[in-house]
Design a protein around this ligand. Structure first.
Ligand code: SAM
Length: 324
């Protein structure tokens, strides 16, 4: 089968798979305290339906899958989803989590075939954690990181969304974390997605400023699965690395290789795009994959050359349905 390409000749071999839009946290920049209009459970794809779509994606050349959400670990059958996909022989199979529920699950996820995890963590201060995430507790996330390292879900990456006045004073503390522990800390620019009202130009801290706050850095080898991030490490040596993801400065659209599938089966070609295709209806209509393949290819062809988050945000859309 011919490998999937978009209209600009980019190979789309990476699928971000949201398995639920629900989350146990309400991070101030991501979800309103009251939540969003979450999908009803019967609209979410079942583990078997997810497997069927990922098998199809594999035939279209997808070799890299990231399970995300919402918070994927709140889904009760997450281990079934992971073990179904873990048997498919993907080149890179990872999961993004806020880490709150990770500690008791890390070894089971590894046994189910997961290769590695990314843990989102914006602060190392327990009181601030409550102000930013509004639920959950920092010690549970730190325990989750320890469990992930112990289970061999490596490389373990830590995603830090940086905002001015949110947590920019903690950049040195995260640099120190990468120095002391074998963790790959990735700083991410705040993006204007969703309607939380949190994003303002004043709160947006551009990547060069984030990088400058890290102090002296030196080149290093990038960890496995390094997509758009640029990697360096604290000068003088470190057990981990530092990655820089300039999501808004759009330094990586030219090399973008990803598509997104929501938990209700909507295939979305770009994080910043309003476009998308419902695959759930044809998926549930019958066992023939030819229709799904044609829809998948057509959605790929609709992928824009670059996102336009800086000038127009898909305001109706929360990150929880797209998986970050
Ligand atoms: N619950 C999982 C997690 O915490 O990683 C997966 C879903 S979460 C939506 C994925 C990533 O999106 C997280 O790292 C989160 O910090 C990031 N994110 C959410 N809203 C964002 C925004 N407005 N700007 C930048 N990153 C955002």
């Amino acid at each position: 089968m011919e490998a999937l390409r978009d209209g600009f000749g980019r190979r789309l071999d990476y699928l971000r798979l949201s398995i639920t839009d629900r989350c146990n946290l309400r991070c101030v920049y991501c979800l309103p305290l009251s939540g969003a209009s979450f999908a009803s459970p019967e609209d979410a794809l079942s583990p078997a339906e997810i497997e069927r779509l990922v098998r199809l994606a594999q035939r279209l050349g997808v070799t890299k899958v990231r399970v995300t959400g919402g918070e994927p670990l709140v889904r009760r059958d997450v281990l079934e989803v992971v073990s179904r996909l873990g048997r498919l022989g993907l080149r890179d199979f990872s999961l993004s989590t806020n880490g709150v529920l990770l500690a008791p699950l890390a070894a089971k996820l590894k046994d189910a075939g997961l290769h590695r995890v990314n843990v989102s963590l914006d602060t190392l201060d327990p009181a601030r954690f409550l102000r930013v995430a509004r639920f959950g507790e920092l010690p549970a996330v730190l325990e989750g990181l320890r469990a992930a390292l112990a289970a061999g879900l490596s490389p373990v990456k830590v995603n830090v969304v940086v905002g001015r006045g949110l947590n920019d004073d903690e950049i040195p503390a995260f640099v120190d974390l990468a120095r002391r522990r074998p963790l790959h800390v990735r700083f991410i620019e705040l993006m204007p997605i969703g309607e939380t009202g949190f994003f303002t130009p004043e709160r947006w801290l551009p990547m060069p400023a984030i990088r400058a706050a890290c102090g002296p850095l030196e080149p290093c080898v990038a960890p496995v699965g390094s997509g758009p991030a640029r990697y360096l490490r604290p000068a003088g040596g470190a057990r981990g690395t530092l990655g820089f993801i300039g999501a808004m400065s759009c330094s990586f659209c030219a090399d973008c290789n990803r598509m997104r599938l929501t938990s209700t089966g909507r295939l979305v070609p770009c994080l910043g795009s309003e476009k998308g295709t419902d695959l759930r209806k044809p998926l549930r209509a019958g066992p023939d994959d030819a229709v799904l393949e044609a829809l998948w290819r057509r959605t790929a062809a609709d992928k824009p050359e670059r996102h336009e988050l800086a000038t127009s945000s898909p305001r109706e859309r929360f990150m929880c349905s797209l998986g970050g």
